[in-house]
Design a protein around this ligand. Sequence first.
Ligand code: DAH
Length: 349
Amino acid sequence: MNEQIEQMKQEIILKMNNVKSSKELNDLRVEYLGKKGPIAELSAMMKTIPVAEKKQFGAALNSLKTEINTLFEQKRQEINLDELNEQLAAEKIDITLDSTMIPVGGKHPIQMVIDDVCDLFVSMGYDVVEGPEVEQDLYNFEKLNLPKGHPARDTQDSFYITEEMLLRTQTSPVQARTMEANQEKSPIRMICPGKTYRRDNDDATHSHQFTQIEGLVVDKNISMADLKGTLEILAKTMFGEDRVIRFRPSYFPFTEPSLEVDVSCFRCGGEGCSLCKQTGWIEILGSGMVHPNVLRNCGYDPEVYTGFAFGMGPERIAMLKYGINDIRHFYTNDMRFINDFNRKEGGNA
Ligand code: DAH
């Protein structure tokens, strides 16, 4: 009997040496240790064995089982390790290979200016508001102190849809809308970016569709000093800490006084260069104190409230800041311009 057991052990060891995969090992285990396998058969023979031999046979059988289980376990660990090594070798990643470039796009330069300006004003407590691009003559002109027939309307050649509706020529109507919508007639601090339209022949500096950012503050005791301080922060944020601004008298129907704002040239520092046309100054926006008629037209008492407003063109700011020499680049989606711009500005296109 014991010989039989020893023989079986040798047989299993022999077969186990030829096993190459965990599947083969499993099959071998089922073959020998399964319910119908030879070891189960040997166990079944216990019943027929004479009592005198029973003890010794049982012990031999048990040690066979333990040994075989240990062998299987060892072999399993060996195979697992081999298989893991094989898998690691097969799935090895060559990190020195060139990767595939995935274009992810970048922000449009005008959007970059809008975001920078809005972030600044939001940090100063302004609300960002929007208004309709198809606007009523009432808000685009009349409430802004530009009644029908006013000569200043000629400076904003408009796309009329009906006699009373047009594509807004400026973002200033949002001033009127914001003041009018404010039921409590409480203080206002708002900034409004958006698209605007004028009948212009497109060339390097003109576009029939362009962008503006409007700002409006209405409160008690707002003075030109508030306007100047605010625009100085804007100029420094957009063009550098060392910038200063200056006011030049101007005319807009909705402000009195009206002011054109220049920033000291960020290329030459004010010495004079080709960018600032040797003047040391660059014009960046229009502004002024809100005209009493505008306040009145929108339900604010000009005896109690004053305000300032300003309007600027992100195209102009972006052209200055990023050295873009043709406004049409913003709209024609020439991939050479877009890719080049994103590369320079750190995008990934
Ligand atoms: N809306 C003016 C324009 O399109 C720009 C402007 C000037 C806006 C003065 C203002 C302002 O709010 O106060 O030319």
